[in-house]
Ligand binder design. Structure first.
Ligand SMILES: [Zn+2]
Length: 355
C-alpha cells in the first residue's frame, strides 16, 4: 500500500471512522481501488492485516441509502424507483453494476461458517477478499466454494457474471483452479498417488493435505497408513525409515513377552524413542497398528489377558494364597478378580504345571 493511502487509513482509524469496505469506497475510493488493481490484487482484508488491524475488529459504517446511477438521488432500494427511468433492474445492473439496496438493507446474515464473515454487508470487493482467503485454505473451484460459502458464491455470480470471472478478479487462474479441483474427488488410491509423487522439498498442496486429513486424520497418519516413506518429503524428514524399522523391531520384541515384563520392556523402548514414535505415528497405539500389531499389544495394562495372568502367577510361589496376592501384586489380583472366569487356585496350578 502506498504511503499516502496508509496515512489516510491511519487517520480514519484515529478519528474512529469506519474501515469497512463500503465506508472506504465512499470516502477514500482511490485507497480501495489500489488494493484491487492488477492480476494479483492484495485485497482490503490483507491490507488491513498489513497495517496491523484485525479485520474482525474494525469500525463499520454502513450507508442507509443507495445512489441511483441515473439521477444520482438516494434511495433505500432502487427496485421500484428504476421504473421511473423505464429500465429493469437487470438492465440497470448490466449498465451500471453496483447494488440495488442500501448496505443497511443487505446485511450478511449467515453464521457459523468455517471462515466467519468480517464485513457486515456484501460488496464486490468483499467477495474478492473472501475468495482469496478461502483460496489460502481450500480449493476454490465453483462447486467446492458453493459448499463452504454459498451466499458469497451467489453474490460472486451476481457481481461478476461467472465464477471464472470472479476467480480472475481474485487473482486466480480458472484453468489452474480446475486442474487442482480435478483431484478433489479423493480416493485412497488417488491420495496415495498424490503423496508418492509430490515434488520434493515443496510445500504440500492444500487439497492433498486436507484430503489426507479428511481420510486419515492427518498427513502423518496418511503416510503411515499408506506405508509411504517420509524420506521423500525433503526437509520435513526427521527420522529415516531405517531408524523407524529398528524401533518397530524393538517394539515387536518387547510385546512378545507377557505380563509385567512386556510392559517393562515396552516402556524402555517407548521412553528411548518417544520423539520418533510420536512424530512419525502420533503415539504408540497408532504405531502398533501401522506395524501390524494391535493396540492391546502395546497397552500399559500389566495383565491384559489369561497369558499375562499365567505369566504373572508363574513368578509367585506355588503355595501362594489369594489373600497374599493383594499385597504381592495388586494388579494381578485385580486382573484375576475382574477379568478371569477361572478360580485363582486353578490359574496358579496351570502356571506351575511344568515346574
Ligand atoms: Zn434515478
Amino acid at each position: 500500500m502506498k504511503q499516502r493511502s496508509r496515512q489516510k487509513v491511519l487517520e480514519r482509524f484515529k478519528k474512529g471512522l469506519g474501515l469497512n469496505i463500503s465506508a472506504m469506497k465512499r470516502e477514500c475510493p482511490q485507497v480501495l481501488d489500489e488494493c484491487y488493481k492488477g492480476k494479483k490484487p492484495v485485497g482490503w482484508y490483507r491490507s488491513l492485516l498489513e497495517l496491523g488491524f484485525d479485520p474482525y475488529e474494525i469500525e463499520h459504517e454502513l450507508e442507509e441509502y443507495v445512489v441511483c446511477a441515473i439521477c444520482m438521488k438516494r434511495f433505500m432500494t432502487l427496485a421500484t424507483h428504476l421504473r421511473t427511468h423505464h429500465v429493469t433492474t437487470a438492465e440497470y445492473l448490466e449498465e451500471f453494476g453496483g447494488e440495488l439496496m442500501s448496505e443497511s438493507n443487505r446485511l450478511i446474515r449467515e453464521e457459523h461458517l468455517r471462515l466467519p464473515h468480517w464485513e457486515k454487508a456484501y460488496s464486490p470487493e468483499y467477495v474478492i477478499d473472501r475468495i482469496m482467503e478461502w483460496g489460502r485454505i481450500e480449493a476454490v473451484n465453483s462447486m467446492a466454494f458453493e459448499n463452504y460459502d454459498p451466499c458469497v458464491h451467489a453474490k460472486a455470480m451476481d457481481y461478476f457474471g461467472s465464477w471464472d470471472k470472479a476467480l480472475k478478479r481474485s487473482g486466480f487462474d480458472p484453468e489452474q483452479v480446475r486442474e487442482v479441483s480435478r483431484y478433489r474427488v479423493w480416493t485412497r488410491e488417488s491420495l496415495d498417488d498424490a503423496l508418492r509423487n509430490l515434488p520434493a522439498g515443496q510445500r504440500m498442496p492444500t487439497d492433498v493435505m486436507l484430503s489426507a486429513k479428511r481420510m486419515f486424520g492427518s498427513v502423518r497418519e496418511a503416510l503411515a497408513e499408506l506405508g509411504i516413506s517420509r524420506e521423500k518429503f525433503g526437509k520435513s524428514i526427521k527420522y529415516r525409515d531405517s531408524e523407524v524399522e529398528k524401533v518397530a523391531t524393538l517394539i515387536k520384541e518387547a510385546v512378545a513377552y507377557d505380563g509385567r515384563e512386556r510392559v517393562r520392556k515396552l516402556k524402555i523402548v517407548y521412553t528411548d524413542n518417544k520423539k520418533l514414535i510420536d512424530a512419525r505415528y502420533g503415539g504408540l497405539p497408532k504405531m502398533a497398528r501401522a506395524i501390524g500389531l494391535t493396540e492391546e499389544d502395546v497397552s500399559w495394562v500389566f495383565y491384559r489377558n489369561r497369558d499375562d495372568v499365567i505369566c504373572g502367577l508363574r513368578g509367585m510361589p506355588v503355595n501362594t494364597k489369594k489373600t497374599h496376592l493383594t499385597k504381592l501384586d495388586k494388579s494381578l489380583y485385580r486382573a484375576i478378580e475382574e477379568r478371569m472366569s477361572e478360580s485363582f487356585e486353578d490359574l496358579l496350578k496351570e502356571a506351575h504345571k511344568y515346574t
